[in-house]
Ligand binder design. Structure first.
Ligand SMILES: [Fe+2]
Length: 572
């Protein structure tokens, strides 16, 4: 009798799984073969599809100007942001003793070798009877070093200064405010691109903070660039917390806040929420600033924050005092950059020179700001800092109905100077949405003009900007547009292009490349002296997803920098 197939296979030690095939009846075998064929076809089709769909490439500004894009509003994600209540655990004082540091933050000086550490000690007071604290009653000391054990061997010590500010409303029934003691200490002689550990406070009374860490900026050169997170109009809402969480996940080396931080002026002095802009006295509830500082410490104690003023920082009070909280709480490299004001200054971060400009202080050609800007631009060496970036709060190229052509006087005063200096990118806030322009100068597409980017969607309590000035019925009246605080009227009809003779376009203007009403933040990653990757991250997306992305490409050979007009000796 001939041996069976199974016995032959067994004799030759064939795999049990193959032997199983020979044990199957014909129907099962056909079923298995069919399944295998189907699987092969399915996997094959996936492979073919992958080949057909190339990986989405990131566009560059060299292929612009782009046809304007408006991303439709996601109605599941409207901008009804709600403020965190004052009893939210994240807004409470965490330090046990009154003079232990809180609201700790870091700011850059003009270069990698110096950095500011700021914090607050003591309790703020609010009410009818307040007694300002003595700033000299607590020392301003920072112990720091390159190793975490900040003992006497490993640590250095720096001392700074302290101040308080008051927010006073001398009217019946309104509460006055006096701040805790605000400390600012400058660390100098730091190494570039280096992690330092620090703690701050007053060691003589045992009131020192935990140990935190920061990383210095790289040396300024065409090869070195930090990763920069950019937000505007943050406020302190549940949407703000989403923005900040997304920003932290992107791990920036530096953070720019393009104005409008705490929104304390959306409250009356008694803490009642109010948005009464037309009231004779525009009150504020200054403890909202303290809540904001406490919440932001998770980011600002590790990552330097560079802020510029917005309209919510005006905060008028007695004797026409303004910007008191903003000017006292943040540290600015004003003096280091030759500015006499907290309202405008400049600094280097790696190969980028940042111009932090004031939209709420004089900017005309006879102003201190204009003269300072001329001097500052004259000192910029593009071999050391190839990138020149402007940052201010109210945008010039904004196509939303909100704040449309609001700061035309600022644009008229400064645009030519910045264009001739070869500014590459401008970042703004103010409008609570996202918008990226094509390269533009004087409302005309210009290959050498800056890319203007509005990132005002930080998540504050005010509504998201949704309406566009070019939609029927949404074009504002020219007389209603000038910024009330700065005054002046410079907003005229367009003189050329498809909208000539009109105040608004009848479609998305050609200078607007991309706009989307959404909350989020941006990340700027400069790769070299010509290429920078810009990514807009929306709060509704996963942490690593970019909503809008583009390589901003400089063309230094094509776009020659013209020397700024000479600064008169008597202007110095
Ligand atoms: Fe604003």
């Amino acid at each position: 009798m001939p041996p069976s197939v199974q016995s032959i296979l067994k004799k030759h030690q064939v795999s049990p799984s193959i032997m199983l095939l020979f044990k199957m009846d014909r129907a099962s075998l056909l079923l298995l073969i069919g399944f295998c064929c189907f699987s092969l076809i399915f996997v094959g089709s996936l492979l073919v599809r992958e080949e057909e769909e190339p990986v989405k490439s990131i566009p560059t500004t060299l292929s612009g100007p782009f046809t304007p894009v408006t991303v439709p509003l996601d109605h599941n994600f409207r901008g009804n942001a709600i403020d965190l209540p004052s009893d939210d655990p994240r807004l409470q004082r965490t330090s046990a003793k009154a003079f232990e540091p809180e609201q700790i933050s870091i700011s850059l000086s003009t270069n990698y070798h110096s950095i500011w550490i700021s914090w607050i000690t003591g309790e703020f007071q609010i009410g009818d009877s307040i007694k300002p604290l003595d700033p000299d009653s607590v020392a301003s000391v920072v112990q720091y070093g390159k190793v975490k054990s900040l003992d006497k061997v490993h640590s250095q010590r720096a001392e700074g200064y302290s101040l308080i500010y008051n927010q006073l409303y001398p009217f019946e029934g309104l509460h006055n405010y006096t701040s805790g003691i605000i400390h600012h200490v400058k660390l100098t002689g730091l190494s570039p691109d280096t992690v330092y550990y620090y703690r701050c406070g007053d060691p003589s009374i045992g009131a020192m903070s935990d140990v935190f860490r920061f990383k210095t900026m790289p040396v300024s050169s065409s090869q070195n660039y930090p990763k920069i997170g950019i937000v505007g109009d943050l406020g302190l809402t549940y949407n703000t917390t989403s923005t900040v969480t997304h920003l932290i996940k992107n791990n920036p080396d530096l953070m720019l806040l393009v104005g409008d931080a705490a929104y304390a002026n959306l409250y009356l002095t008694d803490g009642t929420a109010s948005d009464c802009y037309s009231c004779p006295i525009h009150e504020t509830h200054q403890p909202r600033w303290d809540y904001w500082g406490r919440y932001m410490q998770r980011l600002t104690s590790k990552v330097p924050i560079m802020a510029i003023e917005g309209n919510h920082e005006i905060e008028e009070q007695v004797n026409n005092t303004m910007f008191a909280s903003y000017s006292a709480r943040f540290a600015f490299p004003s003096e280091e950059s030759g500015s006499k004001s907290t309202m405008y200054y400049s600094f280097n971060a790696g190969g980028i020179h940042f111009l932090m400009l004031g939209g709420y202080t004089s900017y005309d050609k006879s102003s201190d700001q204009y003269k300072w800007l001329q001097r500052d631009l004259a000192k910029v060496d593009r071999k050391v800092t190839p990138w020149l970036v402007g940052v201010w709060h109210p945008p010039w190229y904004n196509t939303y109905a909100a704040h449309y052509k609001e700061v035309e006087c600022m644009r008229v005063a400064l645009e030519e100077l910045l264009y001739n200096a070869g500014v590459d990118i401008v970042f703004n806030g103010h409008v609570h949405a996202y918008e990226r322009s094509n390269r533009v100068y004087n409302y005309t597409l210009d290959r050498c003009g800056p890319v203007h980017i509005t990132v005002g969607g930080g998540g504050n309590q005010e509504q998201m900007a949704v309406k566009h000035a070019d939609e029927p019925g949404h074009c504002p009246k020219p007389s209603s547009t000038p910024d009330r605080f700065m005054g002046g009227f410079c907003a005229y009809n367009f003189t050329s292009g498809p909208a000539a003779g009109n105040f608004c376009w009848d479609r998305q203007p050609e200078y607007s490349a991309y706009r989307e009403s959404s909350f989020g933040h941006g990340i700027l990653e400069v790769k070299n002296e010509t290429h920078a990757l810009w990514s807009w991250h929306r709060n509704q997306d996963m942490y690593n997803v970019a909503g809008d992305q583009i390589y901003i490409v400089r063309e230094p050979e094509r776009c020659l920098v013209r020397a700024p007009p000479p600064v008169m000796v008597w202007d110095e």
